[in-house]
Each structure stands twice: as C-alpha cells, then as structure tokens.
Design a protein around this ligand. Structure first.
Ligand code: PHE
Length: 340
C-alpha cells in the first residue's frame, strides 16, 4: 500500500506539472483526490491494515494529499501567469508605428483674407453688417447719385431681374441702407457678393466687395487716409507706401483711388505692377453731401467717408494668384496651398 501511495504521488506530480489548462488541472484533482479518486480509494482500504501500520500509512497518505493540493495551487498560478503573458504579447501596441493623419480642411483664401479684414476693422470700432444681393435700382444706383440715364451706369453693367430689381453691382447700397437705419456716429463694414457682366482673368461675374462707411461730426479726408493706411500696412506689411490718386465716383466728393507700393518689387517696377511700382487696391472718398441729405443726415452738421475694397483683387495680390477663376474652380490642389 505504501508503494501504491508513492506511485500515485509520482504519477500525479508529473501529470500536474505538465497540465496545460485550468480544466486539465481540475480533471486531475478529481482523478486523484476526488471522492472516487485514486488516493481516496487507497485511504478507504486502511481498515485492512494492522494497528501498527495504520497511523504510519495514514500519515503518509495525508502528506501526499497535502502535497498534491499544494501542487495544484502552484500549477494553477503558473498557468494564470502564462495566460497573462500571452495576452500582453498578443495585445501589444507598437508605438513606433507611423501615425495616420486625418486630411484636414482649410479655409478658402478669400475667407482667410476677409477674416483678417474683419478683425482689423473690428479693432477700429467698426460693426459688421450684411445686406441683400438682390437689390433695388434705388439702393444700387439712384440713392448713390446715379440717376437712370447717368453714363456712370455703363461702368457697372449688371444682371437685371426686372426693370427695378437687379443683382447688386457694388456693396455701396449698404451705405444707404445703413444711414437710413442708424443715426451717426456710424462705423460699419459690409462685406458681400456683387455681380457684373464681366469675365476675364481678372474679372468674374460674381465677386466680393467690402464696403466701409464712417459718418460723424468733423470727419475729414485725414480720417480716411489714416484708416486706409492702417489697413494697407496690416495687409501688405508696415513698410508699404500708400498713394491717393484723384478719381471719380458719383456718390463721393472728392473721390480717390488708393494704390500701394508693389510688394513684389518694392516699387521699382516689375510684372506684377506692370512696371509702374504701384498696385491699385480700392476706391474711396468723402460721402457726397447729396447722398447724406437723401438719407436724412444734415451735411452741414455731419460728414463721412466711404471705401470699397475688392476682396478677390486683395487676395490675388497678397497670394500672387494670377487668374481670378482659380478662386472659384474649387480645385483642392489649389485650395490646399492656403491651409493656415
Ligand atoms: N463702389 C465703388 C466701386 O465698385 C467703390 C467705392 C466704394 C468708391 C465706396 C467709393 C466709396 O467701384
């Protein structure tokens, strides 16, 4: 019986140390130590032993049981550790793998330039206003000192919806709409779409203007110059020179056209400025007294200035874009280059 016990001890220990899974361990426990297990079966035959042998064999059998139980626990722990190791290995994250970058969109260059302008004019106390693109003849022309038969209308051929309704040719109608609705002091910036029958590499039938209007007591040409110089320096850099040339607009008197020194050649003359050293960027002037009066503002008390900036022209000169159509074709390869 003693030999049987030792044989069980050895066989069980070997089997246990080779067990590969939790279920296998449990099966071995049942096989050796269970109610009908091999060791249990031996213990059941203890009655056959002599009184001297019984305590010795009994003690040994209990030792073997305790030994095997400890073995089972030990093996179970080994298996658990192995399982964890395998899981860690299979779930390992290689942080040195190259990352995947999501394709990021960017603002359209027209919007980037517009936002720069809005920030700048806001900082000078301007409000931002919006107006209709489908406009009446009155706001687009008549109230701006351009009567029906005025030759200045030829400069702005447009799309008519009906005799008196049209797609606005300029944002200047917003001067009238603003002055009708607000009392001075007025400081407002009105960006928006405008339309003319015009198409080539520098003209598009749809384009954008940014109208500015300031009306208050004592506003002079000096204020106009100060604001527009500030604007030019912000967009083209502080070393930029600004030139005011006499011009004509029916709704401003006097009127000016504003040029900046060419940012490509610094003023010595090149292809960008067509050899002149200057680039025209906007039209402006002192609001015509007749226009103020038409909006119920007394020109003997108040005066003001207005300006109209072409957003496409500004964007094209700033980014050296040579064809206006590139701005509206929405070719991603083009637009991508202007990501912020
Ligand atoms: N609206 C004029 C144009 O489109 C520009 C302008 C605006 C001139 C405001 C003077 C004052 O040419």
């Amino acid at each position: 019986m003693r030999q049987q016990i030792e044989a069980i001890r050895e066989a069980a220990a070997k089997a246990l140390s080779e067990a590969k899974a939790k279920q296998e361990l449990e099966a071995l426990r049942v096989q050796y130590l269970g109610k009908k297990g091999e060791l249990t079966a031996i213990l059941k035959q203890m009655g056959k032993l002599s009184a001297e042998e019984r305590p010795v064999i009994g003690q040994r059998a209990n030792e073997v049981r305790a030994y095997l139980e400890a073995k089972i626990t030990e093996r179970a722990e080994q298996l658990k550790a192995k399982e964890l190791e395998a899981r860690l290995a299979s779930e390992k994250l290689d942080v040195t793998m190259p990352g995947k970058r999501p394709a990021a969109g960017s603002l359209h260059p027209l919007n980037t330039v517009l936002e720069t302008l809005i920030d700048l004019f806001r900082s000078m106390g301007f409000d931002i206003a919006d107006g209709p693109e489908v406009e009446t003849d009155y706001y687009n022309f008549e109230a701006l000192n351009v009567p029906k038969d005025h030759p200045a209308r030829d400069m702005q051929d447009t799309f008519y919806i009906s005799e008196n309704v049209l797609l606005r040719t300029q944002t200047s109608g917003m001067q009238i709409r603003t002055m009708e609705n607000r009392k001075p002091p007025i400081r407002v910036l009105c960006p928006g779409r405008t339309y003319r029958v015009d198409e080539d590499s520098t003209h598009s039938p749809m384009f954008h203007q940014i109208e500015g209007l300031v009306v208050d007591k004592g506003i002079t040409m000096c204020h106009l110059k100060g604001v527009l110089e500030q604007f030019a320096h912000e967009i083209y850099g502080p070393e930029t020179k600004v030139r005011f040339r006499p011009s004509f607009f029916p709704f401003t008197e006097p009127s000016v056209e504003v040029d900046v020194s060419c940012f490509s050649c610094g003023g010595s003359g090149c292809r960008t400025c067509k050899g002149t050293g200057w680039i025209e960027i906007l039209g402006a002037g002192m609001v015509h007294p007749h226009v103020l009066e038409g909006c119920g503002i007394d020109p003997s008390v108040y005066s003001g200035f207005a300006f109209g900036i072409g957003l496409e022209r500004l964007t094209m000169t700033r980014h050296k874009i040579n064809d206006i159509r590139l701005l509206f074709e929405n070719d991603v390869r083009f637009l991508e280059q202007f990501g912020r």
